[in-house]
Structures are given as C-alpha cells and as structure tokens.
Design a binder for this molecule. Structure first.
Ligand code: AP5
Ligand code: MG
Length: 213
C-alpha cells in the first residue's frame, strides 16, 4: 500500500503512522523525522533545516522534494509500499510528488486525513514527550509512558514552544487545504476524526485500510 497521512501539527500523524507501519508492514517516511535526524547528525541538511524548523516555518520545497525523491527511489519502497507523513505540505510539493511517483510507476492508494479542531492542538504539543533512546512519542497526560517514569529519559521538541507552535499552525492551515482538495478530486481522501482516543482513531484508520488492501 502507498499512503499519505495528513493533518495539522499535533493531529496525531506520527502516533498513528507508527501503528500503521507496524500493522501493515510498510515503510514510514516522515520528512520531519528525516530533518530531525539530520540535525542530530549535524549534517549540512540539518544545519539548513534547523533555522526553518525552530521558527515553525517550512523547509524550502526544493530541499524537501529532493530528500523524498531519494528515499522513494530506494529498493524497499516498491516491494513494501510506504506511508508518507508530513509530505506533501505545499501544493508544489504535491505536484512534485505526482511527477515523482509517475516516473517510478507507483500509484497512491489513499490519503488519510486526520481532522481536529486547531484549538486542541496547543495542549497536545506542549505535553508531547519523546523517549531519548527509542524516539517513541508520548504525552504527559493523554498517553503517558507509564504510571511513574523518569522525566530525564524524555525530551521535548524545540518547535513545540508556544511561539513556534502558533507559526506552525498558521503555515499548515494556510497550505493544507489546496493539498486536500487536490487529492479529493482524485477520490483518494479518507477523513478520520482525530478528536478521539488514540486507539479509536487507529480503529477507524484500520477499517479504511482494510478496505484498500
Ligand atoms: P513534522 O515533524 O512533520 O511536524 P508537524 O506536522 O508539525 O506535526 P507533528 O509531528 O508535530 O504532529 P503529529 O501530527 O505527528 O502528532 P503526534 O502524533 O506527534 O514537521 C516539523 C517541521 O519540519 C515543520 O514545521 C517544517 O519546518 C519541517 N518539515 C517537515 N516536513 C516538511 C515538508 N514536507 N515541507 C517543508 N518543511 C517540512 O501527536 C502529538 C501529541 O499528541 C503527542 O504527545 C501524542 O502522544 C498526542 N496524541 C496523539 N494522538 C492523540 C489523541 N488521539 N488523543 C490525545 N493525544 C494524542
Ligand atoms: Mg509527527
């Protein structure tokens, strides 16, 4: 299966993506995770991406299109399929992806669109914690790692500070609608209510994907 998962920052893309790729054994391609890995490794890409990300802005399209193109050309994609998380994020990226997939002879099977009231996202992002070793994402209140846990084992994302979050929401709300419309005209979009418990959101996604297989 070749899928996209879309939704505003904090909608639950990464949380659901982890479950989807495990259940359906497909490759998870998260542009945000790729940029954060590059920042961690202090590569040129990381240095470039960091200034955009910390401010809550998008990394330039040519850079982002380039890393996705490279990843989609790898061998496992044709055999396993993929779930793209956080890409495309501009209409130009959507057009670049169309071209890229056409060149590779790959068709998209569906777009999972997690919808949620933007007013709920601030508390999701301010409470997000990520395990330093495994990279697994949790939430202090909504999805704590355990009843008692050591806060020092977890970190918070730089761009989860309130000023970055406000900018991320602004950018993503403005850019997102034309992309959804683009895929709606191709009858690929499956709307999922993101304002439910994590397991209930996943149950809804599973229903959709079982129908696509
Ligand atoms: P990216 O990493 O993609 O961030 P984002 O889109 O802002 O989304 P998030 O990862 O913050 O949220 P999510 O939807 O994955 O939510 P999560 O599951 O973690 O991008 C970061 C930056 O990289 C961008 O701002 C940009 O600079 C750059 N970038 C990336 N892609 C780019 C592109 N294509 N073009 C240009 N630049 C790009 O959940 C959030 C929290 O809520 C967690 O704590 C979780 O436990 C909790 N939670 C999840 N689901 C639920 C639920 N149902 N109920 C209660 N809590 C929940
Ligand atoms: Mg994410």
């Amino acid at each position: 299966m070749n899928l996209l998962i879309m939704g505003l920052p904090g909608a639950g893309k990464g949380t659901q993506a982890a479950k989807i790729v495990e259940q359906f054994n497909i490759a998870h391609i998260s542009t945000g995770d790729m940029f954060r890995a590059a920042i961690g490794n202090e590569t040129g890409l990381g240095l470039l991406a960091k200034s955009f990300m910390d401010a809550g802005n998008l990394v330039p399209d040519d850079v982002t299109n380039g890393i996705v193109k490279e990843r989609l050309a790898q061998e496992d994609i044709k055999t396993k399929g993929f779930l793209l998380d956080g890409y495309p994020r501009t209409i130009d990226q959507a057009h670049a992806l169309d071209q890229n997939l056409a060149d590779l002879g790959i068709a998209l099977d569906g777009v999972i669109n997690i919808s949620i009231d933007p007013a709920k996202l601030q508390e999701r992002l301010s409470g997000r914690i990520i395990h330093k070793v495994t990279g697994e994402t949790f939430h202090k209140v909504f999805n704590p790692p355990a009843e008692t846990y050591n806060e020092e084992d977890y970190y918070q994302r730089e761009d989860d500070k309130p000023e970055s979050v406000a900018r991320r929401l602004e950018v993503n709300i403005a850019q997102g609608q034309p992309i959804i419309d683009h895929y709606r005209t191709q009858n690929l979009v499956h709307d999922i209510d993101g304002d439910q418990d994590i397991d209930l959101v996943f149950a809804d996604i599973e229903k959709v994907l079982s129908g696509l297989k």
